[in-house]
Design a binder for this molecule. Structure first.
Ligand SMILES: NC(=O)c1ccc[n+]([C@@H]2O[C@H](COP(=O)([O-])OP(=O)(O)OC[C@H]3O[C@@H](n4cnc5c(N)ncnc54)[C@H](OP(=O)(O)O)[C@@H]3O)[C@@H](O)[C@H]2O)c1
Length: 334
């Protein structure tokens, strides 16, 4: 069990892995009230030290083990590439530290269960960094749907596609580094589908592979027993607006811009159409609500966030496992 964090000091974050998203999220940690980047650990000490100079009083370590052993951090943010999430999260949990683990939480559902079970057994907070679910416009869409603004949800569509040029060394195409569009990008549309429709009764997935054998493009069709449907797709090579639309019996809600970080929401009810602005526009890179939710849960002594429950994280990994099986991608060791 983690110690209670006194209200009069910030939540002290330890950053595990000194890569691209670690830097972006760390900048947002510094912008979010009551949070501070306290330490960083990387496989290489010089790399960690170079990362730390940007953040005042940030300690740096040349190993993940030293970082998680630091008594003066309250939570570890696991920001390695996906194959490292499992062991790094367990390392932190075994050291008695709560964790925020980048998406996808692990390579597969079995790994996710191990990590989340270990956290529960140790009575430590754990959460997948699925920031879309903490985004205020996505939460507003959930609220509007609960209030019946578009009638009964009948279906949705969402995509995430980056338009990358194939590069065998890029982690997105490297099977040894968890490469593939499904885990990197598809986790967002699948989470969007799960959030507004729940688990499908049937999922048909088909797709194409890149020259390294990683999944390049996958389309998923969900069917629910009540007739509701989802059309979800992701692609490394195609480029798309990455939006999401939820179709109701009386109207629809569409994200303006990316579904995981909308710049607005367009709501069509039975008799009117209106637009909602992004309340966090201009506030860093948009990770503030996720950081604030972790801090809120830690201060409240929770072991999971109601916004990103463990059961949902595992169910979504199971759907990604299934889609990957259908398109024919396995990771080394699976
Ligand atoms: N939430 C979001 O919006 C978002 C956005 C982008 C990525 N992500 C997720 O964040 C994770 C990291 O992505 P990233 O874009 O930050 O990746 P990145 O810049 O390539 O590197 C992340 C870190 O992974 C560590 N690492 C461990 N084993 C590695 C290996 N074999 N090869 C390369 N790096 C290795 C490195 O840590 P050291 O510094 O210790 O060497 C590196 O700094 C991924 O799981 C990704 O899905 C999330």
């Amino acid at each position: 069990m983690a110690e209670q964090i006194p209200d009069d000091r910030p939540v002290r974050w330890g950053i595990l892995g000194a890569g691209a998203i670690a830097r972006t999220v760390s900048r947002d940690i510094m912008l979010t009230d009551g949070n501070a980047v306290a330490a960083v650990g990387a496989r290489d000490g010089a790399r960690a030290a170079a990362f730390a100079v940007e953040f005042p009083d940030c300690r740096s370590f040349g190993s993940y083990a030293e970082l998680v052993a630091d008594p003066d951090i309250d939570v570890v943010y696991v920001a390695t590439t996906h194959p490292g999430h499992h062991d790094a999260a367990l390392l932190a949990i075994q050291a008695g530290k709560p964790v925020l683990v980048e998406k996808p939480v692990c390579l597969n559902a079995a790994g996710a269960r191990e990590v989340l079970d270990a956290a529960q057994q140790a009575e430590l907070f754990a959460m997948e960094a699925m920031w879309m679910r903490t985004n205020p416009l996505i939460r507003k869409a959930e609220q509007l749907i609960d209030e019946g603004a578009i009638g009964e949800v009948r279906g949705l569509r969402a995509e995430f596609a980056l338009g990358l040029t194939f590069d065998a060394d890029d982690r997105l195409f490297d099977l040894n580094n968890g490469g593939g569009a499904l885990l990197d990008l598809g986790v967002y549309p699948v989470t969007f589908g799960y959030l507004f429709l729940g688990r499908p009764d049937q999922m048909v997935a088909s797709g194409t592979l890149s020259p390294t054998g990683s999944d390049d493009t996958t389309a998923m069709q969900w069917t629910h027993a009540n007739g509701a449907f989802a059309q979800l797709w992701c692609s490394a090579s195609a480029k798309a607006p990455n939006s999401g639309v939820i179709f109701g019996s009386q109207g629809w809600i569409a994200t303006e811009g990316a579904a995981h970080r909308p710049s607005g929401l367009v709501v069509q009810t039975a008799d009117t159409r209106y637009r909602l602005d992004d309340p966090i526009a201009g506030q860093g890179s948009g990770y503030g609500p996720e950081i604030a939710e972790v801090a809120r849960c830690l201060r409240a002594g929770l072991t999971e966030s109601p916004l990103i429950p463990h059961a949902d994280t595992i169910a979504i990994m199971e759907l990604l496992d299934d889609a990957r099986r259908q398109v024919g991608v396995k990771y080394p060791g699976e």
